[in-house]
Design a binder for this molecule. Structure first.
Ligand code: M6R
Length: 305
């Protein structure tokens, strides 16, 4: 009976929600909006009892998200929240909850909560695809297999952190760091910039690759490291052309890609970070690991708290 989904949240949760939108629209063929709760709650958006609202919150207590939820509820929408904290207010006020079970987030930066929110988004996307028959049994098996391989793949990345540490030493004097990505690489870029701001107290921005020419390119010079998220997928060539535009302005490219991507475009980059090859929709979870580590090691190098 649902004809529209609205995902509402703040901060990191928005980036997970954006990945959720891409996955649910592709796998479930249903329109999905992603909204910042702090905007949504004040603008009287249009929704009704045929809307499914998915609030995402680690703490389950974020006031803007809670107020957006209450507004949606008052309009008759169904609420399925994605929360990490058992029994939190958002969880209690929802029709149903998908708990992420990441354990408590100790530091201010959301890391494991983000990873588990992505898994929750994948599960919702798969379930909708299964119910609406927009995904075949085989397709569901393939995605589930990719998701179940994630722990091993994350371990693989954690074993190769040394080049990352080396890269961050070079960041120390940069005043600004940019992140670029396309498709679900775009929310991954937003997430990378948010983590750098929060941990290393640096100016950082994430952009959709296609937007580079519409303004952000003006920021690029030899002092600006640009982290390019470029899995070897059907948009790889387009992302590489963004990378070339950055390099033409002497920007320093740190390429994050899989083996094929690194082999094809890595020699032109200032630094390279290799991650295992996975289904394009799963890349945000995997690519966010080196991105979180970049922020962490930059913070250590800069001596920030
Ligand atoms: O507890 P919540 O997930 O609702 O918090 C929302 C944001 O404040 C949070 O995601 C924030 O952006 C993170 N600290 C970022 O790492």
């Amino acid at each position: 009976k649902i004809d529209k989904i609205v995902i509402i949240e703040c901060g990191t949760d928005f980036n997970a929600g954006l990945v959720g939108k891409y996955a649910i629209e592709k796998w479930g063929n249903i329109p999905v909006d992603v909204e910042l709760a702090s905007e949504y709650r004040y603008r009287e958006p249009s929704l009704d009892e045929k809307t499914l609202v998915i609030p995402i919150s680690q703490s389950g207590e974020t006031m803007d998200t809670l107020m957006a939820l209450r507004y949606a509820k008052s309009k008759g929408a169904k609420i399925l929240s994605v929360c990490n904290t058992n029994g939190s207010t958002i969880a209690r006020e929802s029709d149903s909850v998908l708990y992420t079970h990441a354990g408590p987030e100790i530091a201010v930066a959301s890391t494991k909560a983000f990873a588990t929110q992505l898994v929750a988004m994948y599960l919702i996307g798969i379930e909708i695809g299964r119910k609406l028959h927009t995904l075949t049994k085989k397709e569901i098996e393939v995605i589930c297999e990719e998701v179940s391989q994630l722990p091993a793949r994350v371990e693989q990345i954690l074993e190769t952190v040394e080049p990352l540490r080396e890269t961050t030493r070079k960041f120390k004097s940069a005043e600004s760091i940019l992140f670029l990505g396309r498709h679900v690489g775009y929310p991954t870029a937003l997430e990378g910039a948010l983590k750098l701001k929060e941990l290393a107290y640096m100016h950082a921005e994430g952009f959709a690759g296609g937007e580079l020419k519409h303004g952000p390119i003006a920021l690029i010079d030899e002092n600006v490291p640009v982290i390019v998220i470029a899995p070897h997928d059907n948009l790889f060539e387009k992302t590489v052309s963004n990378m070339q535009e950055v390099m033409a302005r002497k920007g320093k490219v740190i390429l994050i890609s899989d083996r094929r991507g690194i082999e094809q475009a890595g020699n032109k980059a200032w630094a390279r970070i290799e991650v295992p090859a996975v289904d394009p929709f799963i890349t945000p979870l995997l690519y966010s690991v080196p991105i979180q580590l970049l922020a962490y090691h930059t913070a250590v190098v800069k001596g920030t708290d």
